[in-house]
Design a binder for this molecule. Sequence first.
Ligand code: GLT
Ligand code: MN
Ligand code: MN
Length: 396
Amino acid sequence: MPDPYDPSPSAGDRFTFGLWTVGNPGADPFGSQVRPSVPPPDLVAGLAKAGAWGVNLHDNDLVPFGTPAAEQERILAEFQKALADHGLVVPMATTNLFSHPIFRDGAFTASNPEVRAFALQKAMRSIEMGVQLGAGTIVFWGGREGVETDAARDCRDALGWYRECMNFLCAWTKNQGWDLKFALEAKPNEPRGDMYLATTGHMLHFIETLDHAEMCGVNPEVAHENMPGLSMVHAVGQAMEVGKLFHIDLNAQRIGRYDQDLRFGSEDLKGAFFLVRMLEGTCGHAAYTGPLHFDAHAYRTEDVEGVWDFARGCMRSYKILAARAKAFDADTEVLDILAANHADARNIAPTLADFNSNNLATLEALELDVDALASKGHRYERLDQLAMEYLMGVRT
Ligand code: GLT
Ligand code: MN
Ligand code: MN
């Protein structure tokens, strides 16, 4: 009998990994690579075998910086053959605007307009390649958009240039006749001392200031919200509530550390549980239906086989958490506690939903028993323990 927690694209699982994730050779700032660099077509084969649905990439994950055009075409053809042979799709593409030394002072926010021009040229070439591979979503992670010292420039100027570049790319994309979504990814720090647009909340506001806000949304990452101790569930919830969750980077992270990009579910299991519950649809809200992307990598201790243990682990943990969340949401004790807290016996909620003269009069006349309300317990200890017991596997 097949294991119900094994990923299965034919059963509708839409798990994806970046070439840079399963292809991560285990280098860190203190040591060189510990695993061989696996060619992208072999990563495609491995991902298909592991049960992934798709693969995402930076331009330079596939085509090294500076590759001549003819060689790029050969690499692309070989990669597309691997995709076709193994039945994988490329739903998302992104641009490496952080590795090359030209981006040492930023890309879209670099003080030098020539660097910003180069960043735009590179992004356009990368988007063209993404379109050729079938990507519908383009991620923008501003890895170098920030400073170590604010003496470098006024952050208002940086934000203005960031906006100009995003506006330029949106307009160019529309001009090309492409129907693409841009997903902007926030991070508070690393590699820059302080990065502009540090959280998903910052990003959501910035998007509303763009000329083509409708084609821009966010790509929240668990690690990036958790590094400063923020709630990924609330970041994703805010994005979903305004229809802006265009993509997601799933991984795991301990608060206050460097960007660990750990196997999904391997830290903060409870945070992962409530995240998956939200993504799968809960409390009467629609599910997220986009790709479930893992932006994580295997421990440096692993060899190539360990990388596939890591990839399977990410997908299995997601599916196990989805099953646990579904059971939690169907539990009558859970439902009873929620119903008791949400009860609206006097039908007050509609009065609060809209300011008009009737509602104002109703609100002003409303007599509320402050002492009774203030003394009421909510039973969240019991509710949370129920969640924990599902997570610990004793309640099913
Ligand atoms: C890099 C970063 C990730 C981003 C990738 C997309 S690149 O690995 O750490 O969080 O999502 O550019
Ligand atoms: Mn990411
Ligand atoms: Mn990360």
